[in-house]
Design a protein around this ligand. Structure first.
Ligand code: HEM
Length: 468
C-alpha cells in the first residue's frame, strides 16, 4: 500500500512491488512510459522499497534546489554502498562528514586552478598526448575510446596524485579494468534484485569480483599515499593527496571525519566520477561532429577566427566562441551522460508538487526527462546547437540544462569538466578533421545504458586540417 498522499504509481504486487514494470537491463524507456501515465512525480516499489521518480524541470527544480536540503541525502543500504565501504564522497549521506569533504574538494580544485601549475596547464599537457595519438593515425581510422578515457583519467590523476600515466601503465590499466568490470556488474540485474530484496543479501551472489576489484584499487592508492608521505614537504602541497595530508596534520585529533582511511576511497571516488563522465561525453561529441560535418566545419571556422595568431586555446576564449559553446552544451544535452543522476534520499518528511514524501525515501532524479523535455527546448529530440543560441546568434544557457544536476549535491567537478570539454574539443577541432569512415554504414546513436551512457564503439577517420 502507498502511504497517504504518496505520489501515484502502478498497482503494487506482494513481494515484487513494481519490479516487473521495469526492464532490469535499461529502465529509461519504462520511466518515460510511466511518466506519461502517472505524471512528473510518481512512485514505484522496488520489491518492498518505495522510490519516487522525479521528472521534468519544474519538479526537479523544486526537489533539487528549492527544497535542496530535504532531498540531499543518499540511500545507505544499496549494493554500491557496500561495495564502496561507505567511505567515499559521492554516496556519503547528507551531514557534516559529507559537507566537510565536499567543501575540501571544491576548495582544493579551485586552488589548483590558481597555482602556477594551473588546471589549464595540466589539461593542455594531457591534450598533447591525445594530439600525438591522433597524429599517428592520420589517414587511418581509430577507435577513440581508450584515448579519451586515458585523457580524462590522466587529468584527474594529475590533480589527485600529481602524475600522469602512459596509456599502457599497469596502474591505470588495472584501475580502468576494475572500474569497468564493477560498473558493468553494479548496473546489472543482480544489483537491482539485491537493492530490491534485502532477503537475498546473504546468498552467494556474483559480487565477490566487485569486492576483490575494490580491494585491488584500494591497495594501489594505499601505495601512492605511502609514497606521498615519504616525499612530501609539509605546507607545500603538490596535489590533492598532499593537501589532504596537510589538512590531517592541521586537524590533528579533532575528532573530525578526515582520516587516511577515508582518503583512499575519496580519491578513488573522484577518479571514478571524473573519468567515465568526461570521456563518454567526448565520445558522444565526436560521434555527432563527424556525422554532422556542417556543424564541425562551422566550429572550425569560429575557432580559426578567434584563435588566429595564437599558439593555443585558453578557457577564456570561450567568451568569444558562442557557436562552439552552443555545440558543447548541445553535446552534453544529447549525451545525457548521467541519465538518472545519482540516487538521492529524503533527509526528512517533506512535500513535492503537493505529494507527501516521508524521510528516508529513495529518490531517482530522471535527468533525461529534463534534458529532452518537450516545451523547454527548441529542438528537444534532435542534435541542434540552436537549442543554445538566441536570434542574435548569442550563446544562452536555459535553466533546463542540468546534466550536472542542481542544488547542494550538484556535481562538484562541473568546473573541471567544462574546462576539459572546451579545451579538448577546441584544440582537436583546430588541428584535425574528423570523418565518419565511408565503410562504417549508418551511424547508430542509440547509447549503451549504464550509470553513464556511452555511444556504441565506433571508428573515426583522421585528417590533418589544411589550415594547419
Ligand atoms: C561531463 C562530465 C560530468 C558530468 C555530466 C557529471 C555529472 C554528475 C551528476 C549528474 C552528479 C550527481 C549529482 C546529484 O546527485 O544531484 C555528479 C556528482 C558528482 N560528480 Fe560529476 N559529472 C561530471 C564530471 C565530474 C568530474 C570531472 C568530477 C571530478 C572532480 C566529478 C565529481 C563528482 C562528485 C564528487 C560528485 C558527487 C557530489 C556529491 O555527492 O556531493 N564529476 N556528477
Amino acid at each position: 500500500q502507498r502511504p497517504k498522499n504518496f505520489p501515484p504509481g502502478p498497482p503494487i504486487l506482494p513481494i515484487l512491488g513494481n519490479i516487473l514494470h521495469l526492464s532490469l537491463e535499461n529502465p529509461l524507456k519504462d520511466f518515460e512510459r510511466l511518466r506519461n501515465t502517472y505524471g512528473n512525480v510518481y512512485s514505484l516499489f522496488l520489491g518492498t522499497r518505495p522510490a519516487v521518480i522525479i521528472n521534468g524541470m519544474k519538479a526537479m527544480k523544486e526537489a533539487m534546489v528549492t527544497k535542496g536540503t530535504d532531498f540531499a541525502g543518499r540511500p545507505q543500504d544499496l549494493f554500491v554502498n557496500d561495495a564502496t565501504q561507505r567511505k567515499g564522497l559521492i554516496l556519503a549521506d547528507y551531514g557534516s562528514s559529507w559537507r566537510d569533504h565536499r567543501r575540501f574538494a571544491l576548495a582544493t580544485l579551485r586552488n589548483f586552478g590558481l597555482g602556477k601549475h594551473s588546471m589549464e596547464e595540466r589539461i593542455r599537457t594531457e591534450i598533447q598526448y591525445t594530439v600525438d595519438t591522433l597524429e599517428k593515425s592520420i589517414g587511418n581510422t581509430l577507435n577513440p575510446q581508450v584515448m579519451f578515457h586515458n585523457a580524462a583519467s590522466n587529468i584527474i590523476c594529475q590533480v589527485l596524485f600529481g602524475t600522469r600515466y602512459e596509456y599502457d601503465d599497469e596502474f591505470i590499466k588495472v584501475i580502468v579494468q576494475c572500474f569497468t568490470e564493477n560498473t558493468k556488474i553494479t548496473n546489472g540485474p543482480w544489483t537491482v534484485l539485491y537493492d530490491s530484496f534485502p532477503i537475498i543479501h546473504d546468498l552467494p551472489l556474483p559480487f565477490t569480483k566487485v569486492l576483490k576489484n575494490v580491494e585491488t584499487c584500494r591497495n594501489l592508492v594505499i601505495g601512492l599515499i605511502k609514497e606521498h608521505k615519504k616525499t612530501r614537504v609539509h605546507g607545500e602541497p603538490r596535489d590533492f593527496v598532499d593537501c589532504y595530508l596537510d589538512e590531517l596534520n592541521k586537524r590533528g585529533d579533532d575528532g573530525s571525519s578526515f582520516s587516511e582511511e577515508r582518503l583512499i576511497m575519496y580519491a578513488l571516488d573522484l577518479h571514478f566520477a571524473g573519468t567515465d563522465t568526461t570521456s563518454n561525453t567526448l565520445l558522444t561529441g565526436f560521434l555527432y561532429l563527424m556525422t554532422y560535418p556542417h556543424i564541425q566545419e562551422r566550429c572550425q571556422q569560429e575557432i580559426d577566427e578567434v584563435l588566429e595568431g595564437k599558439d593555443q586555446a585558453s578557457f577564456d576564449d570561450r567568451h568569444n566562441m558562442p557557436y562552439m559553446q552552443a555545440v558543447i552544451h548541445e553535446v552534453q544535452r544529447i549525451a545525457n551522460t548521467v541519465p538518472l543522476s545519482v540516487p538521492h534520499c529524503t533527509t526528512k518528511d517533506t512535500e513535492l508538487m503537493g505529494y507527501s514524501i516521508p524521510r528516508g525515501t529513495l529518490i531517482i532524479p530522471n535527468l533525461t526527462s529534463v534534458l529532452n523535455e518537450e516545451g523547454q527546448w527548441k529542438f528537444p529530440n534532435e542534435f541542434n546547437p540552436e537549442n543554445f543560441l538566441n536570434d542574435q546568434g548569442e550563446f544562452v544557457k536555459p535553466e533546463t540544462f542540468m546534466p550536472f544536476s542542481a542544488g547542494p549535491r550538484m556535481c562538484l567537478g562541473e568546473g573541471l569538466a567544462r574546462m576539459e570539454l572546451f579545451l579538448i574539443m577546441v584544440t582537436l577541432l583546430r588541428k584535425f578533421k574528423f570523418i565518419w569512415p565511408e565503410d562504417a554504414g549508418e551511424p547508430d546513436y542509440t547509447p549503451v545504458y549504464g550509470v553513464t551512457l556511452n555511444p556504441k564503439p565506433y571508428r573515426m577517420k583522421i585528417q590533418l586540417r589544411a589550415t594547419q
